[in-house]
Design a protein around this ligand. Structure first.
Ligand code: GLU
Length: 321
């Protein structure tokens, strides 16, 4: 393990160094998100052995949004297996914005990636259930198992999204017409919108990421949440599409699987080591938290966690352990 004082230093510095950044803007297409205080900023690291390092507003609750896609993907994959999941949802980046209709038009109404809105609704619809309520409870239980505490729906966020999600409803019908919607399309859209409307903190997000980093076992509760054999598929998708149309930039500069959401959360996972989470509402044009990206990148680079730094980092990592 990396030395604890070194991790806390990196977390504290990533928070202080990026505090003054004011670029980016809150998501405005969901009214609730536009109203969140843009000054809020928290950073948290959780290691695979359950150590927690925090700075700033790391216990402030914010909307999980797109980050929920990872956990619903995990649930659907647990149920149908990685091969079926792959064939029914796909695994390739679209190269287009997360809610692109054009991406569907270009690919016979098939979603390609489980981490864009289309693929996420397709994943939601794959979760076996007698109806939307049972599907929703399973998704909520999965988010809670990853976080190691009971995650709750925000009625305010949900209300704000359910009454404005017309674009996603159109996507759900296109998926249906392409044969990639596995329950009633409007039910899937409604449950997907709920799964985006739960509240988490940067601390929760880091625990969720550390569960992936630890191969599917939550390092705080010690409970297995997903099969170890499914984790590589989740991390691969996070690398390919986790940071929206800037996933390539993130892989190039940070070198870790990650996921962000328009609520301002951003996560990176260093497999076998730790996860780094940050929260700050103002976003870049692609939908990634500006300060979140900067803070997570800074911690990852200071701790030398990037997956692709084979030659020099193996040595440096081992001397840091
Ligand atoms: N609920 C949001 C939507 O469906 C999530 C988008 C995101 O975070 O990327 O548009």
């Amino acid at each position: 393990m990396i030395d604890a004082a070194k991790i806390q230093d990196a977390v504290t510095r990533a928070h202080t160094d990026n505090l003054a950044t004011t670029t980016g803007a809150n998501a405005s297409y969901i009214p609730y998100l536009a109203s969140v205080d843009p000054e809020l900023f928290g950073v948290c690291v959780v290691t695979v052995d359950g150590q927690v390092f925090e700075a700033g507003d790391s216990r402030f609750e914010f909307a999980i949004e797109s980050i929920s896609k990872v956990f619903t993907m995990a649930l659907a994959m647990e149920e149908v297996g990685p091969e079926v999941f792959h064939s029914k949802v796909g695994a390739d980046p679209t190269g287009l914005p997360f809610n692109s209709v054009m991406a569907l038009e270009l690919h016979n109404d098939l979603p390609l990636s489980p981490l864009v809105n289309a693929g996420a609704m397709s994943s939601t619809s794959l979760v076996s259930a007698d109806g939307p309520e049972e599907r929703w409870q399973k998704i909520l239980a999965m988010q809670s198992a990853f976080a190691g505490r009971s995650i709750q729906l925000s009625d305010d966020v949900n209300q704000s999204e359910q009454t404005t999600n017309f674009h996603n409803r159109a996507i759900a019908w296109l998926l249906y017409s392409g044969g990639a919607m596995y329950s009633d399309p409007m039910e899937a859209c409604e449950v997907y919108t709920r799964q985006c409307s739960t509240l988490i903190t940067a601390h929760d997000l880091a625990v969720m990421g550390a569960t992936l980093a630890a191969g599917g076992v939550n390092p705080l509760t010690k409970r297995r949440v997903v099969a170890a054999s499914n984790v590589p598929h989740l991390l691969a998708e996070m690398t390919m599409e986790g940071l929206y149309t800037r996933s390539g930039d993130f892989a190039y500069t940070v070198g870790l699987p990650g996921k962000s959401g328009v609520g301002g959360g951003l996560l990176a996972v260093a497999p076998g080591v730790l996860s780094i989470a940050a929260f700050s509402p103002p976003l870049d044009p692609a939908g990634n938290s500006v300060r979140g990206w900067a803070a997570v990148a800074q911690v990852a680079n200071e701790l030398n966690c990037g997956l692709y730094r084979i030659a020099d980092s193996r040595g440096e990592n081992s001397s840091a352990q």
